[in-house]
Design a protein around this ligand. Structure first.
Ligand SMILES: [Zn+2]
Length: 146
């Protein structure tokens, strides 16, 4: 990998948007995972979206999904963004939560090698206790095999 070191003095502010804010507030305040449903397409987006990605309908119906789901895929990262090796491989999970039609990417906890996991395995989101939640996607620690 070839990299160039340097600094660019840029400040930015990223907002979660209306739907993302709704998702993060439900996570922070209630410890729940919510999405939005498109009745026309029968899609349930988690995290919430403001518009359907298939038919562009405005999505106003919020739905709560369970924190459990099916592992649709996974991968392991062994290097940092700067190319340096990680101390331990980081497992990432692509999960279809029960009740959702979309996929959710997050950490896969307590897994250090591919032989410990299989596609289709049941997983559950580990949500931090309320006192430690900040309204961030990291209020979810990750998914754990169940
Ligand atoms: Zn739709």
């Amino acid at each position: 990998m070839r990299t160039w070191r340097g600094e660019i003095p840029i400040r930015s502010l990223y907002t979660a948007g209306v739907a993302g804010q709704s998702f993060l507030e439900a996570l922070k305040e209630r410890g729940k995972l919510v999405g939005t449903r498109c009745d026309a397409c029968r899609q349930v987006y988690v995290p919430s979206r403001l518009f359907c990605e298939r038919c562009f309908a405005e999505l106003t119906e919020e739905v709560e999904v369970k924190p459990e789901g099916r592992l649709a895929s996974f991968t392991f990262c062994s290097v940092e963004r700067d190319g340096s090796p990680l101390r331990r491989p980081l497992a990432l999970a692509l999960v279809q939560l029960d009740g959702a039609t979309t996929f959710f990417l997050h950490r896969l906890l307590d897994v250090t090698e591919p032989s410990q996991v299989r596609i289709g395995a049941r997983v559950k989101a580990v949500i931090k206790p309320k006192a430690k939640r900040k309204g961030s996607i990291l209020d979810i620690e990750g998914f754990r095999l169940i």
